[in-house]
Design a binder for this molecule. Structure first.
Ligand SMILES: [Zn+2]
Length: 190
């Protein structure tokens, strides 16, 4: 099948306790459905176990995402549930710069100004050169100028003369910029 799709994350993946795990692409969602690894929920929260039944009987949202191929248009489920085994939500041990930036609203933890992602860095609160680790507890968000100014000084306070700490890791970080309306019910319990 010659499938054309964008890489935007259209589908919320739930474990079999109906807890959100992550957002995945239309292509991944469709492939899981095809292989029978998941069940799909439609607009009315009816459960579908096979692609056939999904295509025939599911009711779709007005903005249901679709895959287009030479053979037709295929609706993509927007909420799917893993059936094969119990998936634990992966515990994040370390955050990327983007994840850290989202938590801190793109604000440098030293000068407390907002920056573009390209101007933000992960800073080791206690510098590695002084024995600081690369563990989450020792990482925070700094703009490039602050990171340079700080160099290997420790302790190094923010503009309010307060010590800087690592953020708490949220229970769930979705790797998507768009949250679909029907996901909110499942995300509400996180
Ligand atoms: Zn700064």
């Amino acid at each position: 099948m010659n499938i054309v799709t964008s890489q935007c994350k259209t589908t919320l993946l739930l474990n079999n306790a109906w807890q959100p795990i992550n957002a995945i692409t239309a292509r991944a969602a469709f492939s899981h459905l095809l292989k029978g690894h998941i069940t799909a929920l439609d607009k009315n929260n009816n459960v579908f176990h096979s692609l056939d039944r999904w295509n025939k009987d599911a009711e779709f949202y007005e903005d249901q995402p679709v895959l287009r191929s030479a053979k037709g248009v295929w609706p993509i489920p927007t909420v799917i549930i893993v059936t094969s085994k119990f998936f634990r939500r992966p515990r994040k041990k370390k955050l990327t710069t983007l994840e850290m930036a989202k938590i801190y609203n793109f604000t440098c933890q030293y000068c407390l100004n907002k920056f573009k992602i390209a101007d933000l860095t992960i800073d080791h609160i206690n510098p590695k050169s002084k024995g600081g680790t690369d563990d989450h507890e020792n990482r925070t968000l700094a703009c490039k100028p602050c990171n340079t100014r700080k160099a290997s000084k420790f302790p190094f306070f923010n503009v309010k003369n307060e010590p800087v700490a690592a953020p708490e890791i949220p229970a769930l970080m979705l790797n998507t910029s768009k949250v679909r309306e029907e996901w909110e019910y499942f995300l509400g319990s996180v």
